[in-house]
Unconditional design. Structure first.
Length: 675
């Protein structure tokens, strides 16, 4: 059903977290039947929460793929669940039914996840886990047990293999030194095809002096599970603390993952809890120097911090990795990389943390040769990036999805992202070494991709549009406009570098058509006739492409296509684009309405995690978060990426907000304020 406008209201779901705190999302009621986990991640390893005490739903490693499951394409792999454990009190194991007054809390400032509960009249329990930001492959869990009466406890760390892994090998070793005993619980396994070796190891960190630590016992249950445990007597009123530090790594990350997993765990053990947390907190303090502050709307402030937290958690400086639509929150979309990165997540990361954005564009640079082979196989020149990309950079879209061979606008998105990195950083050496090779190869692709049918008719036929309900159409608005931008930016990059651009690039760009309908509205594609659209397409020509700059045309296109988006089944980014455009046009009230519409209907309990669509249940949708953060930065905040750097345009704020402050923007870490 197509609608003119949606009236937005805040919906409070049963079991939702308490609101208002800008940094902490607290779930005061845990309903296992209506629970969508939240992720603690460091850009390399993601830990997804569970409603069950001492359990972790998933552990996901960035960059670890193998062939298994559906589609005959590479899939994300789950790692060993190295933080699963159990706790027994007086010989009885605590489960969800035995735990009362359970609360869980995500602290976004410290990137920690805490669970607290009572075990009858015997104990109060708390545990907090971290995906340590300064150690890419290492996690930590702190446990505190406060005895309400004299009790005996048994704490066990359980190492369990995911079902997809094979040839599991389990190891237990004790390294005895004069000042410490290190108990190592280690497992390794091969990925489904045997391509990768995946390894994990963990150890206990006790607070007692050497010689008085509890004795650790190893038990092997079966080939897929083993554990180590200890026992301890506590007196009433006594609080006992211990930690589990663990590391997970694969042969995709290191040539010797088994030994490296144990070395990383030993390193964490000997660093100790306090030093580990100190460095972790300092790393997140640096990240949060780039922030968005809303005055006057506490719930929006909390939600925006959550979106920033997830974008920061799913990406990392100093890698050649790029986040998938669901980041490290699970196995959604097989962990593949789409335009979701370049068009939606990357611009927000680029503006706030260019050093992290560099990793995302490095991912594409290192797969440039694969993109060239892809173009060659389709009869084109230059580089044609795959719609879905994983480790190698070959096309990873399942064959039943037509987007693989036909959704070509991804190539322009990659080229534009490379240009934008130069624009923000002004790094000419990077542009020469890495940016221009991407820009020139993608421009060559478009010069060969167009069909030259006379002036103004250099057509791009037979594509899947950005609006993916439009398959195998001609002259799609976004594809054509993105191709024009790609060709223009490649030409501009050559000029910056003092090089001679291929003159054909601008010739082609000036002849690619942008179609219009009889009513003057930009036509989405050659056969478009007013039907509903899955997501923004034409409106992207105004932002971010800036191929349409006339205010009257922007309004005309916006007012037309915002009525063509159905109530359900569409991704969150579309409304974020409407937000950005209305904010830039100075219509703050409409912008605010679309801002709320972009994510409120997509939230899932108990942590307000964003799903891809309204009423969807596949969080966390980092693509949507990226679009919404752009609506704050480039919409209400007025930031604009230009060839000379970041500038600020005139904009307006909704009446619900007193001010908007953007800190840590760009390489100079500037502050922009809007009252």
């Amino acid at each position: 059903m197509i609608r003119k406008y949606l009236l937005v209201s805040i919906v409070f779901f049963s079991g939702f977290c308490s609101a208002q705190d800008p940094w902490r999302i607290t779930a005061e009621k845990i309903d296992p039947n209506n629970y969508y986990g939240v992720t603690a991640a460091n850009g390399m390893i993601g830990i997804v929460s569970s409603p069950e005490p001492f359990k972790v739903k998933d552990v996901v490693l960035a960059g670890a793929y193998d062939l298994y499951g559906r589609g005959r394409v590479s899939n994300f792999l789950k790692s060993f669940n190295l933080l699963n454990m159990y706790l027994e009190v007086d010989g009885k194991r605590i489960d969800g039914k035995a735990a009362s007054n359970m609360q869980q809390e995500l602290d976004m400032k410290k990137a920690s996840f805490t669970t607290t509960f009572d075990y009858g009249d015997k104990a109060a329990v708390s545990y907090t886990y971290y995906s340590l930001r300064h150690l890419p492959y290492t996690v930590l869990m702190d446990v505190a047990v406060t005895a309400k009466k004299d009790i005996g406890i048994t704490g066990a760390s359980v190492m369990e293999s995911p079902d997809a892994l094979k040839d599991v090998q389990n190891y237990y070793n004790e390294i005895d030194r004069p000042h410490v005993v290190i108990s190592l619980l280690t497992s390794s396994a091969k990925s489904p095809t045997g391509k990768l070796l995946m390894c994990a190891s963990n150890t206990f960190l006790f607070g007692e002096a050497h010689g008085s630590e509890p004795r650790v016992i190893h038990e092997m249950w079966d080939n897929n599970m083993h554990l180590m445990k200890f026992t301890k007597r506590l007196k009433a009123g006594e609080t006992y603390r211990f930690s589990i530090a663990g590391s997970s790594i694969t042969s995709a990350h290191h040539d010797d993952p088994l030994n490296e997993a144990e070395r990383a765990t030993i390193f964490a053990k000997l660093e100790g809890r306090d030093r580990l947390l100190n460095f972790h907190h300092k790393a997140w303090e640096e990240l949060w120097k780039s922030d968005i502050t809303i005055e006057g709307d506490p719930q929006s402030q909390q939600d925006i911090h959550s979106m920033l937290y997830h974008l920061y958690s799913f990406s990392r400086e100093g890698t050649a990795l790029s986040p998938s639509p669901m980041g490290l929150s699970g196995l959604g979309y097989n962990g593949h990389v789409f335009w979701d990165t370049e068009l939606w997540m990357y611009p927000a990361i680029l503006v706030l943390h260019p050093e992290i954005a560099k990793s995302l564009v490095e991912y594409r640079y290192q797969r440039l040769d694969a993109a060239k082979r892809n173009a060659f196989s389709k009869g084109y020149k230059g580089a044609m990036y795959p719609w879905e990309s994983a480790e190698t950079g070959v096309e990873e879209t399942p064959v039943w999805a037509l987007s693989g061979p036909f959704e070509h606008h991804i190539t322009a998105c990659v080229g534009i992202a490379a240009w934008n990195y130069y624009c923000v950083t002004q790094d000419k050496q990077w542009l020469r070494d890495k940016g221009y090779p991407i820009l020139s190869a993608t421009a060559d692709f478009w010069a060969s991709r167009v069909e030259r049918n006379g002036p103004g008719h250099y057509d791009i036929k037979n594509v899947v549009a950005a609006d993916e309900w439009a398959e195998n159409v001609d002259n799609n608005a976004f594809t054509n406009a993105a191709a024009k931008s790609n060709l223009q930016f490649a030409t501009e990059a050559a000029k910056v570098l003092g090089m001679t651009a291929d003159q054909d690039w601008m010739h082609v760009a000036s002849n690619i058509p942008i179609l219009k309908m009889d009513n003057g509205v930009t036509r989405e594609h050659a056969t478009y006739s007013g039907e509903g659209i899955k997501q923004a397409d034409v409106n992207l020509l105004s932002y971010p492409l800036k191929q349409i700059t006339d205010v009257a045309q922007i309004k005309k296109d916006l007012e037309y296509y915002e009525t063509r988006v159905p109530n359900e089944g569409t991704p969150a980014m579309t409304q974020a684009v409407f937000t950005t455009l209305y904010a830039r046009l100075g219509n703050a009230d409409k912008a605010y309405r679309w801002f709320k519409e972009s994510y409120i209907p997509n939230l899932n309990p108990p942590f307000r995690v964003i799903a891809e669509t309204k009423g969807g249940t596949n969080p966390y949708f980092a693509t949507g978060a990226g679009g919404i953060i752009q609506s704050l930065l480039m919409g209400f905040g007025g930031l604009d990426i230009t060839s000379t750097g970041i500038v600020q345009l005139k904009t307006s704020l909704p009446k619900q907000w007193k001010s908007l402050t953007l800190t840590g923007v760009g390489p100079q870490k500037k502050t922009f304020s809007i009252k």
